[in-house]
Write a protein that binds this ligand. Structure first.
Ligand SMILES: Cc1cc2nc3c(=O)[nH]c(=O)nc-3n(C[C@H](O)[C@H](O)[C@H](O)COP(=O)(O)OP(=O)(O)OC[C@H]3O[C@@H](n4cnc5c(N)ncnc54)[C@H](O)[C@@H]3O)c2cc1C
Length: 236
């Protein structure tokens, strides 16, 4: 039976991604503008990836099938976003967020990736606040938390019942800034049909223009697939 190689780095679970990030080849700032990256999807994953890559200097082509990136399914998320900031002093830690997430994922998640997510969770909140996401605050003006999903700590940052919508507006604004700078070329109403691989590496995609029906090809040095998951099964 064929098994999927997720290419997770080796080492102890808490150090895999940190070590990998410390030893990976870097691209010099002067060379980034010569590299094209395709990002398929403009939800919270794709929208923020596209904005960040463009901010770093790469040339990004972003694709979504909706009429606007702002309509990605991420808009449906409500409860909030978890981060191990331990603002409540209730014993939270990176390890506890990792543990709860693996358990909440029915022990089916890739554990090293969950650990990395728990590690960077605190930075994600800081980035979203800097982008202007209006997370709920307590009467003293500090960021508020609630307990979500049956966990024993309060680590969920939220914006009423509209967290996904507010987060998406933050990512979308950062992305739009880069569209305005010419660093992201946005392809709305384009559906990816196929991935183009050259020597085993993803180098492009085939799309259908949903307005004209035209089949198009797009090339790049790398392709990021951020097309969402089973969430699209929910009817909005
Ligand atoms: C009702 C609901 C409530 C939720 N509540 C929470 C919560 O409280 N907290 C939490 O952490 N998570 C929550 N989630 C989960 C979370 O919202 C999602 O996991 C997350 O938003 C997915 O983001 P994404 O960027 O991966 O995908 P999406 O937002 O689904 O974006 C997918 C993107 O890919 C594009 N795309 C897909 N296929 C193609 C194609 N063939 N060609 C071109 N483009 C394509 C789409 O146009 C879109 O832009 C909730 C989910 C739902 C449904």
């Amino acid at each position: 039976m064929a098994t999927l190689d997720a290419k997770i780095p080796s080492g102890s679970i808490a150090e895999k991604w940190t070590n990998h990030k410390n030893s990976i080849n870097l691209v010099s700032p002067a060379n980034k503008r010569q590299i094209d990256v395709i990002v398929v999807g403009t939800g919270l994953a794709g929208g923020s990836a596209a904005a960040t890559l463009a901010e770093l200097g790469y040339n990004v082509k972003a694709f979504c099938f909706q009429d606007s990136p702002r309509r990605a399914h991420s808009i449906a998320a409500q409860g909030g976003i978890n981060a191990a900031k331990n603002y409540q002093g209730d014993g939270d830690s990176t390890y506890r967020l990792f543990y709860d997430t693996v358990k909440g994922g029915d022990y089916r998640s890739r554990e090293a990736n969950v650990y990395r997510l728990a590690e960077v969770s605190t930075n994600i909140i800081d980035q979203c606040v800097a982008q202007g996401v209006p997370f709920a605050r307590d009467y003293g003006g500090l960021l508020d938390n609630r307990s979500f999903g049956g966990v024993l700590v309060s680590r969920t940052f939220y914006a009423k019942g509209q967290t996904g919508q507010q987060l998406l507006l933050g990512a979308y604004s950062a992305m739009n800034r880069q569209i305005g700078r010419g660093k992201i070329k946005m392809y709305n109403r384009h559906e990816m049909l196929d991935l183009v691989k050259v020597d085993g590496k993803a180098r492009g995609i085939i799309t259908r223009n949903l307005v004209s029906g035209k089949i198009e090809r797009h090339s790049a040095h790398a392709v990021v697939i951020a097309s969402g998951g089973y969430g699209n099964l929910f009817y909005l």
